[in-house]
Design a protein around this ligand. Structure first.
Ligand SMILES: Nc1ncnc2c1ncn2[C@@H]1O[C@H](COP(=O)(O)OP(=O)(O)OP(=O)(O)O)[C@@H](O)[C@H]1O
Ligand SMILES: [Mg+2]
Length: 403
């Protein structure tokens, strides 16, 4: 039985760690075997829970990623290779400590560990406290982006390396990666793809945490679009730090009014997703009791651990590709066709989709973005696949684009 995986993301400081910890506490209180992990190495989860890592309550386990140890286990061979090449180029040795400071390395390692936990079969629920929006997104997109490079470069790369490696050694004085190193790279890559499958699969969903402020809301909308672009399924929004009304002085009354405006805006933006409202508490919700209370307030009558009913954003049929891009504007969505690839851009984010053979050899007949869904249709008959950018462009005056 696969565990239910719940990911929490949102802008910095909005309450991701708090919402994740409250959800995990609630799960354990309901008798579910629960693991909570963080993808960042700050110890905020342990601070919020007021506990050190380990079994912190019956059925509730807090896991802290040991980046260095895991890195050495997963990246050992790659690291040796990197070190060897750098030395031969006359650069200083790269140490594993230096690799850990590479952007995203820690989160990647945390995700590799997450896959192992999911496989263990020990957990009913795994709660993941993710890094703030941008990093999480880049990170979540990484496996697929890598897949694109690896599937293209790896087999050829390996062949070339086998052929040229004696020459490269002689001429350039640099080692080509040996078979063992390539295998380590492939293993690492496969691990990342499995993480991606886990996180976009039927048992996983993302909860978007926000506070009712215009800047935060704007970013949450973009996050929803890009998560969907990459195939992740958002099943709820959590609106945190909502001021209670009633008995308010002038200062609070103004905040209450502003927040309720933003909350109704959020309802429109995120419909049909449920928005769980969490009150601004008079004190920091730290410790299991406070978090359990916050968890009950957050979800009310709904069951936060039930399977989600969110469809996968991407669907491919015999003559159509649809991709849900909730909240995307036509002006920021771009589509390009390059041989057997469809390249979809939404704002600063891009996804490269490998087309199935049946679509790859036919021409696109039209594309439109309507009600947050990008729909690309293909001609029925076989024809030349077309060149880069042959997909109909979006924009005013384009016959295939529509409101
Ligand atoms: N509903 C609330 N009422 C009062 N305080 C809150 C509430 N939610 C969170 N806090 C407090 O706000 C602070 C930030 O919350 P938290 O650490 O959960 O945010 P975060 O999104 O995880 O931040 P980061 O982006 O730094 O990881 C913490 O001190 C937390 O206790
Ligand atoms: Mg946090």
């Amino acid at each position: 039985m696969s565990p239910r995986v719940l990911l929490f993301t949102g802008k910095g400081g909005v309450g991701k760690t708090t919402a994740a910890a409250a959800t995990a506490t609630l799960a354990a209180a309901r008798g579910l075997k629960t693991l909570i992990v963080s993808t960042d190495t700050a110890h905020s989860l342990s601070d919020a829970l007021g506990e050190v890592p380990g079994e912190i309550a019956p059925g509730l386990h807090l896991h802290q990623v040991d980046t260095q140890k895991t890195l050495e286990r997963h990246w050992g061979e790659l690291q040796d290779y990197a070190r060897g090449v750098l030395v031969e180029l006359g650069l200083d040795e790269i140490t594993s400590e230096e690799i850990t400071v590479l952007p995203g390395a820690e989160e990647v390692i945390a995700l590799l560990e997450l896959r192992e936990h999911a496989r263990e079969g020990r957990w009913d629920v795994i709660v993941v406290d993710c890094a703030p929006t941008a990093e999480t997104l880049r990170l979540l997109a990484l496996p697929e982006a890598l897949d694109w490079h690896v599937t293209r470069l790896m087999p050829v790369g390996r062949k070339i390396m086998r052929l040229v490696s004696p020459f490269v050694r002689g001429v350039a004085g640099v080692s080509a990666p040996g078979e063992a190193v390539m295998n380590a790279g492939e293993r690492f890559h496969r691990g990342l793809m499995e993480v991606r499958e886990l996180l976009t699969g039927d048992h996983a969903s993302v909860r978007l945490v926000l506070t009712p402020e215009s800047v935060v809301l704007a970013e949450a909308r973009r996050t929803l679009t890009s998560l969907s672009l990459y195939g992740y399924r958002v099943d709820a929004v959590i609106a945190n730090r909502v001021f209670p009304d009633g008995g308010a002085d002038e200062w609070r009354a103004q905040w209450v009014a502003a927040q309720s405006r933003l909350l109704s805006e959020a309802e429109q933006s995120f419909a049909p997703l449920p928005i769980h409202v969490v009150p601004y508490l008079p004190a920091e919700p730290v410790g299991r009791d406070a978090l359990a209370g916050l968890g009950s307030a957050m979800y009310g009558e709904s069951d936060p651990f039930a399977p989600h009913a969110v469809e996968p954003p991407l669907r491919m049929s015999a003559d159509e590709v649809t991709l849900a891009l909730p909240g995307a504007d036509r002006g920021e969505v771009d589509l390009a066709r390059k041989g057997d690839e469809l390249i979809v851009t939404a704002g600063p984010y891009r996804r490269i989709l490998a087309l199935p053979a049946a679509l790859a050899r036919r021409r696109i007949s039209g594309a439109e973005l309507r009600d947050g869904v990008l729909r690309v249709r293909w001609h029925a008959a076989d024809g030349p696949p077309g060149e880069a950018g042959s997909a109909p462009p979006f924009g005013p005056g384009s016959e295939s684009a529509s409101e």
